[in-house]
Ligand binder design. Structure first.
Ligand code: PLP
Length: 368
């Protein structure tokens, strides 16, 4: 029975998924590598989180608390939220997938923006739904364009705020306007993975919007400013009915014990958080200014990374810069998948990494 037609066939949409390509981490042999490709923090996690993680080594045979109660309580206290409305996940990626799984099916539509985070498209297609792309304006999500994409089939709108890989954000008034004009049956997902880094009075992560609506979810992560990407930990704040839905479909032990322990400890270390944000404030500004001085166009960023746009001249394009930088151990993110073929995304790194990057790009542009 080797009839080709009888092979297992995945659900509708799944074979249309382009596999997610993570940031590279390797350079040439013998060269010191600075990985600036995945928006990880150069300061690492809080020492308290590392200690809590280490403290688990004698108890690995025990299942974690499936409700992550200690972590949800700590999050609730920290952000002033009802812990019952918080759902934790193995990274916010898992929560985005669960949201899609819960609210999308074949024939439904979900909207995200042209240069929006690619995990949304994977989550949408996995459930047989149709991804609908709203054009951006100047690398920024455009509320009118998003609203123009909404039909009676639209079940979810995904908004990364700030967005990765562009680094731009949508002011809270605009997010409110987006919400006000969505059907009440459409879920608005605000992915605020970089919220802690944003220093703008007109920005909010979306907590109040979630609290005052039945169809808004905010997702957050411990992977970026908290430096715990390896442990996979994220959380969602959602209205009671949505939190209930996510709790029904998530794995009973979806968050591991190390993540719960380290995440809870990390929340208690405000000084480390502040130091991480301050480092970013200083170097986001300095690196952006230095690259502009070199004649590169840097999209204004409020996150811990920048979108660097290259000239469209052979020898000076993003691909050429990427090859040049890799030789010197500087690993940035190529963005063909994000429809930004002539840009690279650079994570703000350590002082050493940032300086090395600036001088390497100066050399590249001089020779190009
Ligand atoms: C990094 C990132 C996430 C977080 O992913 P985790 O699964 O929590 O590591 C979510 N959304 C955006 C836009 C991101 O850049």
């Amino acid at each position: 029975m080797s009839d080709g037609a009888s092979r297992p066939v995945p659900g509708p949409g799944i074979l249309e998924i382009a596999t997610y390509v993570p940031g590279k981490s390797k350079g040439p042999a013998g060269v010191r590598v600075h990985k600036l490709s995945s928006n990880e923090t150069p300061l690492g996690p809080s020492p308290a989180a590392i200690k809590a993680y280490g403290g688990l080594s004698g108890r690995l045979e025990l299942y974690p608390d499936g409700s992550a109660a200690a972590l949800r309580t700590a999050l609730g206290e920290r952000y002033g939220l009802n812990a019952d409305h918080i759902v934790c996940g193995a990274g916010s990626d898992e929560l985005l997938s669960l949201i899609a799984q819960a609210y999308l099916g074949p024939g439904d539509e979900a909207v995200f923006t042209r240069h929006g985070f690619l995990v949304y498209e994977i989550a949408i297609r996995t459930n047989g739904a149709v991804p609908v792309v709203a054009e951006e304006t100047d690398h920024r999500a455009d509320v009118d364009n998003i609203l123009a994409c909404v039909t009676d089939k639209t079940k979810i709108v995904f908004l990364a705020n700030p967005n990765n890989p562009t680094g731009t954000f949508v002011p809270i008034e605009e997010v409110r306007r987006l919400h006000q004009n969505l059907p009440s049956s459409t879920v608005l997902v605000i992915d605020a993975a970089y919220a802690e880094y944003v220093r703008r009075n007109d920005y909010e992560a979306g907590i109040e919007l979630v609290s005052s609506a039945d169809n808004v979810i905010m997702t957050r992560t411990f992977s970026k400013v908290f430096g715990l990407a390896a442990l996979r930990l994220g959380w969602a704040y959602a209205p009671a009915q949505i939190a209930d839905v996510l709790n029904r479909i998530r794995g009973p032990f979806n968050v591991n014990a190390a993540a719960i322990a380290a995440g809870t400890a990390a929340l208690g270390d405000r000084a480390h958080l502040e130091a991480t944000i301050e480092h970013n404030d200083i170097w986001l500004e300095r690196v952006s200014a230095a690259l502009r001085d070199l004649g590169l166009q840097v999209t204004p960023s409020v996150g811990n990374f920048i979108l660097v746009n290259f000239p469209d001249e052979v020898g000076r394009r993003a691909v050429d810069a990427d090859a040049f930088l890799i030789e010197r151990g500087l690993i940035l993110r190529r963005l063909e998948n994000y429809h930004l073929p002539n840009a690279l995304r650079m994570t703000i790194g350590s002082e050493e990494a940032n300086k090395a990057l600036i001088s390497a790009l100066a050399e590249f542009l001089k020779n190009g």
